[in-house]
Ligand binder design. Structure first.
Ligand SMILES: NC(=O)C1=CN([C@@H]2O[C@H](COP(=O)(O)OP(=O)(O)OC[C@H]3O[C@@H](n4cnc5c(N)ncnc54)[C@H](O)[C@@H]3O)[C@@H](O)[C@H]2O)C=CC1
Ligand SMILES: O=C(O)CCC(=O)C(=O)O
Length: 387
């Protein structure tokens, strides 16, 4: 039985893809695979049995990627699978920041017992009036799966959209609406836009990128939306800007003591990807990634190892070797196999940063002695017998 553990609730339509060969366990120490959403894994003990972690979602800042790579644990995410869910909430966030919809709804609740509520509403409504988003300038920082969808939807709503992404992928370039103005510095966005939304991963290089200096460059009365991660924004600087009236609204999907309940903050409890569709898409993609890795050794959408695909193994045997990206690794692995008299019928080797991955299709099964010799080679982090 191949045991898997879920650190967060994962949609059933994904888990249903596991065949009878797989079994759910509540004990991570027994698991070969882990499915996770937002659970914090940095301080967790990762058992030796663990071969793969799939993040049913996009952000992987809750997972210790290098520690996993060093232990020969491949980490996947599910790019784009929840992007539409987030896009829709970002559009809602812009509307909520432009018109006092929540204030108006609260007023109706408070006056629900008033028999003359219809007449009273016509008098009260001026307190909740706002502005439209059509014709306003929106700056999108990060044109990945979510940013592109937000930019395109905003174009369709008649906004003037500016996009900034110094690492724009070819795929994103193909998909982004031609009306989106390409800017080459974040400063262009800060200085020009009435609404700014950020859709970048949380990395050491992006942490607190929205700081006092950035906010000072923004237009007065700007609306800032953050559906990416709380710590991309310096919350002290944001609070000061809200108090000074520099920022009109801070719409954020991550409650913290600094923002929850604060005047000017519209705080949502991390609901960006909490739709049936996004949860299903993420679960299905994550489980498929795990199954292909466990059963074939193929890697698709990893965030700490290179992608690698040799299809389904049709030969006698297949082994996977996770190793450091250093000289002479392949020669040393093939000589162990050669000395054991095992012919290699197919092989591939891919690298990513400090780590590399080799798949070998063999004409005969690798014995325990052979795999132990391979595992003992300096730089080898894990050897998996796939078939
Ligand atoms: N609120 C929620 O429930 C959700 C939040 N997220 C967050 O949103 C983030 C983005 O998600 P996706 O769009 O799916 O990821 P993605 O990987 O498709 O896009 C990220 C984009 O940011 C760009 N980028 C990286 N550094 C940048 C920088 N310094 N300046 C400008 N652009 C930069 C990349 O080139 C890439 O195009 C995730 O990392 C996650 O933290 C994602 C899904 C759900
Ligand atoms: O699983 C979730 O609800 C969180 C989604 C998210 O933040 C992400 O995919 O990065």
């Amino acid at each position: 039985m191949i045991q898997y553990n879920c650190l967060n609730p994962i949609a059933a339509c994904g888990l249903d893809l596991f065949t009878d060969a797989y079994q759910k366990t509540d004990d991570i120490n027994e698991a070969r695979a882990v499915l996770v959403r937002s659970a914090a894994m940095h301080d967790m003990e990762l058992p030796k049995s663990l071969e793969v972690i799939a993040r049913a979602g996009a952000g992987v800042n809750n997972i210790p990627l290098d520690k996993c790579a060093e232990k020969g644990i491949v980490v996947f995410n599910t790019p784009g699978a929840n992007a539409n869910g987030v896009k829709e909430l970002v559009i809602a966030g812009m509307l909520l920041a432009s018109r006092d919809i929540t204030g108006g709804i609260d007023w109706v609740k408070e006056n629900a017992a008033d028999e003359n509520i219809a007449k009273a509403a016509e008098k009260a409504k001026k307190a909740f009036a706002g502005t439209e988003i059509m014709g306003k300038k929106l700056g999108v920082i990060g044109l990945g799966a979510i940013g592109v969808r937000v930019a395109n939807a905003a174009c369709a709503l008649g906004m003037e959209v500016y996009g900034y992404d110094p690492y724009l992928s070819v795929n994103a370039a193909w998909n982004v609406d031609k009306a989106v103005k390409h800017v080459i510095t974040a400063e262009d966005i800060y200085r020009e836009c009435d609404f700014i939304t950020i859709h970048v991963p949380l990395l050491d290089t992006t942490k607190k990128m929205i700081n006092k200096e950035a906010i000072d460059m923004m237009k007065d009365n700007v609306v800032f939306l953050n559906f990416s991660r709380d710590t991309l924004v310096d919350e002290e600087a944001m609070a000061a800007a809200l108090e000074a009236g520099k920022v009109k609204k801070y719409v954020v999907d991550f409650p913290t003591p600094a923002t929850a309940g604060k005047e000017g903050c519209l705080v949502i409890p991390h609901l960006g990807a909490s739709t049936e569709e996004s949860e299903d898409n993420c679960a299905v993609m994550a489980v498929k990634e795990i199954i292909d890795y466990i059963e074939n050794g193929n890697i698709t959408n990893s965030v700490n190892y290179p992608n690698c695909n040799m299809g389904v193994c049709s030969g006698a045997a297949r082994i996977a070797i996770l190793h450091k990206n250093v000289q002479n690794m392949i020669a040393r692995c093939t000589s162990v196999l050669g000395e054991a008299g095992i012919n290699i019928s197919d092989m591939t080797n891919k690298s990513r940063g400090d780590y590399a991955y080799s798949l070998f299709d063999l004409d005969a099964s690798a014995t325990a002695e052979v795999t132990e010799k391979l595992a003992a080679l300096e730089g080898v982090l894990r050897v998996r017998v796939i078939k």
